[in-house]
Design a protein around this ligand. Structure first.
Ligand SMILES: [Zn+2]
Length: 114
């Protein structure tokens, strides 16, 4: 497995983690409460920056209707700022978040051991 695949895999939410997140978030979009088009979104560190697929970095968001997930990732500032504030504070109440722990280390340029 090459480096790119490893990084990409580390940034995916595995089925088990998706399930944990869906249960934790009660199968609703954490922002608007919608039950439709739910996806697990990277909350603190986006996938494009090596954000890990772990429950501390993932929350359920809708991709239809309000499309909170789309706005979160790609929206204008005035669209995603309130969502970010809400979702990140929700997550910080659940976990002791250290953003540096949520980055795929090799991707971020750190080196471990040898
Ligand atoms: Zn939503």
């Amino acid at each position: 497995m090459n480096y790119k695949n490893k990084a990409s895999k580390a940034c995916d939410f595995p089925p088990k983690v998706r399930k944990e997140i869906a249960t934790r978030d009660m199968n609703r979009c954490v922002y608007c409460g919608s039950k439709f088009g739910l996806q697990v979104a990277h909350v603190f560190v986006p996938r494009s920056k090596g954000g890990l697929g772990v429950k501390e970095n993932g929350a359920l968001m809708c991709s239809y209707g309000n499309n909170c997930h789309g706005k979160y990732d790609n929206g204008l500032d005035e669209e995603h700022e309130p969502i970010k504030e809400y979702v990140q504070s929700y997550m910080r109440k659940l976990y002791d978040i250290n953003v540096h722990d949520l980055v795929y280390k090799k991707y971020a340029g750190f080196k471990f051991g040898n």
